[in-house]
Unconditional design. Structure first.
Length: 118
């Protein structure tokens, strides 16, 4: 079975401004910003089956931008496959807070960062 896009993320130097912008632009509800250090979880209002997302501050050493996260069964195997295909590991499998699972990241051969979620 193919791996679905499961999550999107927008990072900004001013996450509060970005949350307000995307909320007003698309009617999205953003919550949990204080609980997650300024990172807000997005409810697009498109129902239970819709892809969820987050809007938050840029991590040190990273750049602002938009990123997708693809759901996979095995983070380590997916990272290895990315390397075998010419990509590079960026973030090893890492636990997310509050029981949201685990994530990892790789760069494709062009340097685009792609998230994995499992």
């Amino acid at each position: 079975m193919a791996a679905p896009v499961a999550f999107f993320e927008v990072t900004s130097q001013d996450s509060e401004r970005a949350q307000g912008f995307y909320g007003a632009m698309f009617g999205w509800q953003v919550s949990g910003t204080e609980e997650f250090g300024g990172y807000g979880l997005v409810d697009t209002g498109a129902g239970e089956e819709a892809i969820g997302g987050g809007i938050g501050p840029v991590e040190q050493g990273d750049s602002p931008g938009v990123r997708i996260y693809v759901r996979v069964d095995d983070l380590e195997a997916a990272l290895q496959r990315a390397e075998d295909l010419g990509g590079a590991r960026l973030v090893p499998p890492t636990d997310l807070p509050s029981g949201y699972g685990r994530f990892a990241m790789f760069a494709d051969p062009d340097g685009n960062a792609v998230g994995l979620w499992g």
